[in-house]
Design a protein around this ligand. Sequence first.
Ligand code: OSB
Ligand code: MG
Length: 383
Amino acid sequence: MSLAEISIHLLSLRLRVPFTTSFGTYRTLSRPFVVLRTADGATGVGEIPTLVDPAYKAECDTPAVLTSLREFIVPSVGRYQAAHGPIATIAALRASYAWVKGAVFAKSGLEAALWDVLAQQASGPLWRLWGGERRTFPVGVSIGGQTVEQVLSLAGHAVDQGYRRLKIKIWPGFDLAVIAAVRARHPDLLLQADANSAYDRSNWQALQALDAFDLLLIEQPLYDDDVVFHAEIARQLRTPICLDESIHSARDTEAAIHLWRRHDALDRLIVNIKPPRVSGFAEAIAIAQICREAGVRIWIGGMLDSAWGKAFNLNLNGLAAIDLPGDHFSPGGAYFEEDVVTTPLASHDGTFTLGDGVSTGVSLDWERFDRLGEKLFTHRLDT
Ligand code: OSB
Ligand code: MG
């Protein structure tokens, strides 16, 4: 397949309910999207779900993603050599920009756009292209509230909608009380906590008090770039540690497995796979295989993605290797005041079912896509 043109758009998406994490409160998000056109007239779209500032990871929309795309990654796609079959085609795209260090989110947007085109060519859903074997699976919600009351209210709303798995954002000083309150109200739910790297080597012991609440996992308590100290504290917590921020690749995953195994704690390692945080779906699938072979449980995380990005991630749940429910839906109804697809994604009783629709299974609403943002630049490739 020959590639003809790559455009980068920047959309503004407004959350219906502000989302609070240990690193800040978000209401309006700016979101880069990649629009890829092929020589034979197909169009693929990939979302880059970074945040407006570098508080989650260093790579944020402006300037990191937009600069690395414009200056380095998009021009490198000129080296892409057409190949046969989806796997080789994706490998060829990745090879074109492999020399660029990091920039995992920026790269993932290009790769997602190409997967979209490949699924259209195959006239089938992404989950089938990715070797998915299951259609129905449980899904969860992530709750980022500022007060215990607000978290309880969002949790109650989510449970009323049928969700059976909740994730609660915590940070030093907002941990024990909020988890105790949610657990007291919902004794039978799958409950997990996400600290987004808010603790350090001097205060992580506060998390030992959470061992009493039968949590499924505690996500990324320590530094965003650390694996070693997470493995150390895993030995001293009964609740499994889940890595989010510190996993960017299959190799990072292997390093974590190596360390947890050395500590004889592999049953207390869980990995949150966010395809955009690991440079795309090909790497995400490789990580899923590595974890399955090691017996490490996995689930698919989110980045407050639009329904377009969420639809990609839901398709990845078709893999039989995904063990746990992911972050795919908002506890308060739709995430955004306006989203970019024609029909909203819907879960039923806390489960989602993949259909046979082509590619993501949903359609982009181009009128809204254009109204919510602007095209920043276009790069033409020789075909
Ligand atoms: O750490 O999982 C995270 C949202 C933005 C940035 C980081 C995280 C989150 C979430 C997922 O908690 C929310 C979602 O997309 O459903
Ligand atoms: Mg997280």
